[in-house]
Design a protein around this ligand. Structure first.
Ligand code: AMP
Ligand code: MG
Length: 329
């Protein structure tokens, strides 16, 4: 059931007390705390078991609040905010002095975004300030796309949940760094549903992709979520081609598009063929597969391309998450 004004008021009380509130967004549930309260931010790291160098995204109600946490707000950021906010685009800029160091993982930049969810926008407005919001899960594991996923990780004492139902986008925001002359140089550090092509058309300039595997990648510290095993189920997960699904053994699980010839003793999670629907289902599907307690999860490699530029961006983001979910370490 979706939360109302009473739950928002309770959430604000908890945040003002330095407590943690999980909030719904269009991407995944965030683990919220007052971004300007160093002790509350510290609790987020502790509860998630998040490595201290992995910075948090700051959630704001719009460009005006973004200026409170970013040290500069260039015209390029304003244009992107006008085009994509509220929405799944996090913009990395030099940080404001007043922001606790912990928020930025000790670095000189901050990632800021305005989430596209009425409950969370109402929460930020009512709270009256920016909130950190990493995904509301234990570090390294699957991101939560439903309130029940959050509750499976954290007790009522630890986290108050603002229930907004399932997250419609299902994978984390695009993380874009702006730098250089007039902040006109843009690099996608983490792919999401807002693709480089859409960003380039707003900026009227080139946008680089720093995907894993590309030699354009800068350094681990610049976007820690980019490296290694992350977004992963508990069971070992592997990416396979369609033909290999037939080789699934008893006790294994399969996550595949339009697959209904379930071999005996194999748990099958069927995925939609449409890019956006696939992304929205991905984490819940991996969770379902995991809950069957399989010895291994075989994930069918989804298409690399979509029929248009926007599904292309979504498939790219999906492949990025699958690469990390199936990384060996
Ligand atoms: P999550 O909170 O799980 O959505 O992860 C947030 C991701 O945003 C991290 O893994 C980082 O890669 C990225 N991020 C957050 N802040 C920054 C920053 N200041 N510079 C670069 N990347 C960032
Ligand atoms: Mg996360």
């Amino acid at each position: 059931m979706s939360a109302g004004p009473e739950q928002i008021a309770e959430a604000v009380r908890r945040l003002k007390d330095g407590g943690l509130v999980a909030f719904p967004t269009e991407t995944v549930y965030g683990l919220g705390a007052d971004a300007l309260d160093a002790a509350a931010v510290e609790r987020v790291y502790e509860l998630k078991g998040r490595p201290s160098g992995n910075p948090l995204i700051v959630h704001v109600s719009g460009p005006e609040m973004a200026r409170e946490v970013a040290g500069v707000w260039p015209a390029s950021a304003q244009r992107l905010a006008e085009a994509f906010w509220p929405g799944p685009l996090s913009i990395v800029l030099p940080r404001a002095e007043r922001l606790p160091e912990r928020v930025t993982g000790g670095g000189g930049t901050v990632a800021v975004r305005c989430p596209d969810h009425p409950l969370t926008l109402a929460l930020i407005e009512a709270f009256g300030g920016p909130l950190v919001g990493p995904s509301a899960n234990r570090s390294g594991l699957l991101s939560p796309t439903d309130a029940a996923h959050v509750r499976a990780s954290f007790s009522e004492d630890e986290v108050f949940i603002l229930d907004g139902g399932p997250c419609p986008r299902g994978i984390e925001s695009t993380v874009l760094r702006l730098e250089g002359d007039g902040f006109g140089e843009a690099t996608v550090l983490r792919p999401g549903v807002v693709g480089a092509e859409a960003i380039a058309s707003v900026l009227e300039g080139p946008v680089r992709n720093a995907d894993a595997g590309s030699d354009e990648i800068h350094s681990v510290a610049e976007s820690p979520g980019l490296m290694g095993r992350h977004y992963a189920p508990r069971a070992r997960a592997v990416l396979v081609d369609r033909e290999e699904l037939e080789l699934a053994e008893v006790g294994e699980a399969i996550v595949a598009i339009d697959f209904d010839e379930a071999p005996e003793g194999v748990f099958v999670v069927a995925m939609p063929a449409n890019a956006s629907a696939y992304a929205a289902r991905l984490y819940a599907a991996m969770r379902e597969a995991d809950e069957a307690g399989p010895s291994r999860i075989l994930i069918e490699r989804p298409p690399l391309r979509g029929p248009d530029a926007s599904s292309e961006a979504v498939w790219r983001a999906v492949h990025d998450r699958l690469r990390r979910a199936t990384a060996s370490a």
